[in-house]
Design a protein around this ligand. Sequence first.
Ligand SMILES: *Cc1c(COP(=O)(O)O)cnc(C)c1O
Length: 356
Amino acid sequence: MPDGLSALAPLVADFRSDTVTRPSAAMRAAMAAAAVGDDVYREDPTVAALEERIAADTGKEAALFFPSGTQSNLTALMAHCGRGEEILVGRAYHTFVYEAAGASVLGGAALFALPVAADGALEPSDIAAAVKADDPHFPITTLVSLENTVTGRAVPLDRMAAASAAARAHGLAVHLDGARLFNAAAALEVAPAAVAAAADSVSVCFSKGLGAPVGSALCGPTPLIDKARRLRKMLGGGMRQAGVMAAAALHALDHHVDVLREDHARARRLADALSALPGVEVRADPNPTNMIYLRFTAGDGAAMVAELRRRGVAVGRPSPWSRLVLHLDIDDAAAAHALNAFEAVAGDASAAAGSA
Ligand SMILES: *Cc1c(COP(=O)(O)O)cnc(C)c1O
């Protein structure tokens, strides 16, 4: 939620999310130049090119362009699962917590939450134990919904493969919420297709670290994507001259994938510098990518976040950890400005604590 930011000082560094990036001049030029047609008639050449490109990048047969990751995930869950069927999902995963239970509300499928391990993975034993017996008392377990990255942690490939093997041993299909699949691939130093290999279908966001203003894609086997096309239309996601948006996503795939490594390196440098400040604790996460989680150990966290905002730095609300997300619109100068603001705010708090 934007919290009345316009009334405050100009933002120098907006760490609330990697969704806040604005399209660059080059991206806008690519959008303006895009060849377009009516994509519901399947006549938009730029959307077709994007779908072919992202299917290849994720190692899947086909792909479908969506306005949002939520709609892409929802469509995937509905394509895999019918009414009275059940989806096993991590308790902290986006598809369970932040998508308004759409698969249940609109798809009639049950969501069953499993614990998430420290590395972001699901335990194979938890998956096996949650699969319901064939008994009229129970829903029919049909799908496991994975995620990578998970709150900024890149889940290792062997852990994804183990979860996927447990699912397949019970005849379940596997979906991957890969909103930040390219961040995971960069951190694990593998191709995005290697991260997606554990899953039958994968949803990827162009509107996060890749820096496009809008758009996601669902990738998977052709029969599933054909089914997804009908569901997308039913859900109101059939778009017309969507090539202007697909052009932004194609531009991002051509120019912004390698930049993710720089975001990750900048995040680590900033995390190290912040952890050296008095009264600031930085959470140690395995396989971190573009996110930093920190909390203030001296002073009122909410007041300090408000003071940071007065100094042009926006971070997530403390609950109790505040999230900082690095992205294309935060360069070294913006990160340095943020570090100065944190120094001032944390220094004031520890001085006050010392004199009390
Ligand atoms: C952002 C995000 C999504 C999709 O969000 P939209 O805002 O609907 O595009 C899905 N999963 C994860 C993990 C996300 O971070």
